[in-house]
Design a protein. Structure first.
Length: 203
């Protein structure tokens, strides 16, 4: 789902130390609010502060299933468990719908296979447009890696759907190229995993 690039994170974590692990969902909710406030504050800055950079790339995949089914399965982050090799749990803090837009505040809990293993809490807001078959995700994770995603579902007929992910990554200037390349690779792997599970009827 959100999968911050592993090696970029390992570089950051080696300097910062492992992030504290939240023991309860209530603590995760407080972490989420702090991270969201931090994220919104920095999004006001344009151009970015010195030392920060932002890059984008789009990736697409065709799934042999109707758009309604693909949208429902693909946009449910619980289904990303297994497709994302690091994702262990998704905690939803709130889930509201207004004017056809469903907004979910959530935390993805990933375990990064370093030595010792590192638990990474990636905080996100997902906004699903239920009539236009698209959704957006803003997320922030350890190392101040920010991602913005817009995922669009295009019907190619009664039984085929093109899913296009428009991905934007923001981090320190020295890590942005690596973050982009590894982030794109991670999302391509998740796309393939979801495609296989949807087409097989598992989802």
């Amino acid at each position: 789902m959100l999968s911050a690039p592993l090696l970029a994170l390992s570089l950051v974590l080696s300097v910062m130390g492992a992030p504290a692990r939240a023991d309860t969902d209530a603590q995760l909710a407080r972490e989420w609010q702090y991270a969201w406030n931090f994220y919104k504050f920095y999004q006001v800055a344009d151009p970015l502060p010195d030392g920060r950079a932002r890059k984008s790339q789009s990736i697409s995949i065709v799934i042999n299933a109707p758009r309604t089914r693909v949208f429902k399965a693909y946009s449910d982050f619980e289904h990303h468990i297994g497709a994302n090799p690091f994702l262990e749990r998704v905690v939803t803090h709130s889930d509201t719908t207004k004017h056809g837009v469903r907004t979910k505040n959530l935390t993805a809990i990933e375990v990064i296979p370093l030595e010792p293993p590192v638990t990474l809490n990636t905080h996100a807001q997902q906004r699903l447009n239920l009539t236009k078959y698209c959704y957006e995700v803003d997320s922030w994770s350890t190392g101040n890696i920010v991602t913005h995603q817009k995922i669009v579902f295009e019907s190619l007929g009664t039984s085929r759907t093109r899913v296009t992910e428009n991905l934007t990554f923001e981090t320190t200037s020295d890590l942005i190229d690596f973050t982009l390349s590894q982030g794109v690779l991670a999302h391509q792997g998740i796309q393939q995993g979801l495609k296989q599970r949807i087409e097989s009827g598992e989802l």
